[in-house]
Write a protein that binds this ligand. Sequence first.
Ligand SMILES: NC(=O)C1=CN([C@@H]2O[C@H](COP(=O)(O)OP(=O)(O)OC[C@H]3O[C@@H](n4cnc5c(N)ncnc54)[C@H](OP(=O)(O)O)[C@@H]3O)[C@@H](O)[C@H]2O)C=CC1
Ligand SMILES: Nc1nc2c(ncn2[C@@H]2O[C@H](COP(=O)(O)O)[C@@H](O)[C@H]2O)c(=O)[nH]1
Ligand SMILES: [K+]
Length: 485
Amino acid sequence: MKFLNDAQPAHDLTYSDTFMVPSRSAVASRSGVDLVTPDRVGTTIPLVVSNMTAVAGKRMAETVARRGGIAILPQDISLAAIQDMVSKVKRAHTVFETPITVNVNDSVSTAMALLGKRSHGAAVVLDGHRPVGIIAEKDCLEVDRFTPIHQVMTTEIVTVNQDADLDSVFDTLTTRHLGMVPVLNGEHLAGVLTRKGVLRSSMYTPAIDPDGRLMVGAAVGINGDVHAKTLALLEAGVDVIVVDTAHGHQEKMIEALPLVVAARDEFAQRTGRRLQIAAGNVVSSAGTRDLMAAGADILKVGVGPGAMCTTRMMTGVGRPQFSAVLECATAAQELGAEVWADGGVKYPRDVALALAAGAASVMIGSWFAGTYESAGDLASDGQGRLYKESFGMASARAVQQRTRHQSAFERARASLFEEGISHSRMYLDPQRPGVEDLIDSIISGVRSSFSYAGASSIAEFRERVIVGIQSAAGYDEGRPRDTSW
Ligand SMILES: NC(=O)C1=CN([C@@H]2O[C@H](COP(=O)(O)OP(=O)(O)OC[C@H]3O[C@@H](n4cnc5c(N)ncnc54)[C@H](OP(=O)(O)O)[C@@H]3O)[C@@H](O)[C@H]2O)C=CC1
Ligand SMILES: Nc1nc2c(ncn2[C@@H]2O[C@H](COP(=O)(O)O)[C@@H](O)[C@H]2O)c(=O)[nH]1
Ligand SMILES: [K+]
């Protein structure tokens, strides 16, 4: 990366302070841009879903991995729940989407409660294991909540065989005006396909493990038996370990990392698979180097940019994120490591700028909280707008949950150090209510950024991109206006 006119900034920069200047480009098509990440995790797009309880669960993990990213399951969840989630992600199909299923004898209220869990807008109705109908929200309007589903479902359903080619499935969906089709393996339901899903399968490459199953990561904290916790996550089948704490550049982290590395190496010796270890959060080259020396392969960068984060207002500590990523990525790459830019992403441009600063991948939490696939339950406000509740992992709410096994005194003490928001509403964008809709917009934005820079890969983008510094008026000029002024 070069600064425009070689102007070294006099102060630290946020994503909003920066812009990229187009260069002469030989990239003929945005579709030709390859976004495979250089962090050796195995993702094919540079997106990681934050380990936040309100965001990353099994539906998020499966959906994001199918499009080439990865979600990190939070450290606050019990091992049994992690094992269950990982096994569900690993059983999910890499092309067919996992449907919502209900039983013919379930009530309409059951279907209504489940429809908001995925973006299909409909559930497949099963009689035993056999699909016999489809139920959508429109079928549930103006009927009694206790009505059995078989009385209101659509029974004339079109299905496709699992061996059908995707082009013909797309044609079937288009000509029959269908939102989705169940995919059958014999009589059994193997998944569903939607028009957008078929298109996406032609544009994205799933993030898969050596056995061809979708990838998922998990986080571990720095307290307790870190070695045993890491081994348990590895045994559960996770594909990357994230050692996560607010202040990553602390000695407890430097002591914990070698324990994580030892567990990873033991696992590698037994299975032949050596996974990457991400650790953070840091915002300086000194922090980067110390955590690398302690064994981190990937550094997680960001203190205070997160949408749920009150650290900067509580403590004054942190660092504007563009500069933090730039400094840490430069230090990491000198020694053969990579960084993830963690937090503060609100627009596709922020992802492109994080990559310009040298990130190998970008972590997103709150933006993805406002989607069907995030972990929370869908709610509706007074005006009928749909939202999900989100909260920070250092909020009173998360700390209470995390410390539930400690003494009342310990819990009260921990609650004094709250550095996050406990309740926030993340509204679903009516145009982009599913996480894949957001991924589409991010990835199309980033592919386009790359083509403006004349880069067809992350390595080339880093090499070629020219970054300028703008005033608040410069940023404002770039915003679209949806009303006259
Ligand atoms: N990226 C960011 O800006 C931030 C992210 N978070 C996220 O919140 C979650 C919880 O993290 P965390 O609060 O570290 O909780 P943890 O439960 O992981 O505790 C971290 C440990 O580090 C000790 N510690 C020492 N100094 C600090 C410090 N300044 N901040 C926090 N811990 C410190 C704590 O001791 P003691 O409690 O006794 O002080 C505790 O033992 C994580 O997912 C983290 O990523 C939280 C804040 C900022
Ligand atoms: N200071 C805090 N930081 C938090 C908290 N919960 C999460 N986080 C960090 O934010 C990012 C996600 O950023 P976003 O802008 O996409 O939401 C996450 O990965 C953590 O590093 C918190 O309670 N306090
Ligand atoms: K913030």
